[in-house]
Design a protein around this ligand. Sequence first.
Ligand SMILES: Cc1cc2nc3c(=O)[nH]c(=O)nc-3n(C[C@H](O)[C@H](O)[C@H](O)COP(=O)(O)OP(=O)(O)OC[C@H]3O[C@@H](n4cnc5c(N)ncnc54)[C@H](O)[C@@H]3O)c2cc1C
Length: 433
Amino acid sequence: MHRIVIVGGGAGGLELATRLGDRLGKLERAQVTLVDRWPAHVWKPLLHEVATGSLDTSTHQITYAAHAHWHHFGFVQGEMTGLNRSNREVSVAAVLDNDGTEITPARNIPYDTLVLALGSRTHFFGVPGAQEHAITLDTLEQAELLRKRLLQACLKKRSFTGDVKDEAVNVAIIGAGATGVELAAGLRRMEDTFRQFGLLSSENGHEMRISLLEAGARVLPALPEKVSAATHGSLTDLGISISVSDPVNCVTANAVETKSGHLVPADVTIWAAGIKAPDVLASLDGLATNRINQLKVLKTLQSETDENIFALGDCASCAWTDSRMVPPRAQAAHQQAMFLFKALIARIGGRAPGSFSYKDYGSLISLGSATAVGSLSGRARSGNIFVQGLVARLMYAALYRKHLIAVSGLRQMAIAAIAHGLRRFATPRVKLH
Ligand SMILES: Cc1cc2nc3c(=O)[nH]c(=O)nc-3n(C[C@H](O)[C@H](O)[C@H](O)COP(=O)(O)OP(=O)(O)OC[C@H]3O[C@@H](n4cnc5c(N)ncnc54)[C@H](O)[C@@H]3O)c2cc1C
């Protein structure tokens, strides 16, 4: 049987493994194996909601082992550390427990077709102190860490004796792209819930002072100006202080300094500016990569160097137009997974895989539980459609539902949606422990 190995069970990789398992694995036309360093999947665009406590991940995770069983593919837990192209083998590191004891040994996994879907992580651009002092939102662990740090910062600054004044909690978010903006808006909701349950006092200015720092000329620099202006207005209404055109110079344990010399106090600093693909890609047996470690791929999503290796999602550098590359977004990973599903079936059947073309459906930015803003691509020449408010928020929520349908099916998505809806009646709006 043809062996297809997919490394990375994120937005694109899990969808591809599921579709291929249901189609090829079930009929034993190919052996499909998914490798991921974690035992369970969380859709990455949810991480800012995890960080602000509005989403409890225990009910939003998909366990790979069970999912693999139901969808006729194999799952191997472990971090990919290397590649041997002549033997066609992927090296996967041993899995260790918290004490360093080995749970599963290091292994080499053979493939006929390899798909790399390793996603991306934060790019600190060499800014001094950023990696040491700022929290990022690359993984579930980091999102949980951020939530706990925010909770602790609020409790630390609260006076429980009454003879000392409560102090404000300073939060600095570096990068006013989608992640930074959504996080800033989500923090206000978190603050309201903290106050409601007594974790922030309602007196003495005990509040979150949120600063959003952007190097570009406006918030959401990659989105249309109208979306950027509407977002700027909404964030200002939420009391968020915004600084633009002033890159960050350095980050210390309790402040962020910008190029212009502005010192922003920070009890908690979050880095949400820029991405790069995992470093391991740059050292993979001669595969061509770009300066941010993305694998250079052709329109077929095949590596420029090796026709047996494909890449999708954030870790792939794929041309969109003559001057632009496909952006690192969940919708791109989804479209590429759909494309590769058909292309790999064609490849196994001895047909040409075709060529991928990206369609941008626009972007939606959540600005709280009841509002969002965005621009959707209209038909052909009619241009982009600006959307705002509750309708935009409902469309935003539908994106996650779409992902769940793609990986788990309509019935599972409906059950999950009802279960989450019911839980809301019995739990605080924000996770408090
Ligand atoms: C907070 C946040 C909000 C976002 N919001 C949006 C949004 O609203 N809309 C949108 O379109 N995009 C959004 N994005 C971007 C979107 O999440 C990514 O573009 C998308 O997840 C990329 O999918 P992927 O499959 O390439 O990688 P990922 O979904 O990141 O998955 C990569 C997988 O690879 C695994 N992995 C990594 N390295 C290894 C290794 N060495 N060995 C084994 N496994 C490995 C990881 O564990 C992970 O499961 C957001 C991102 C963040 C961080």
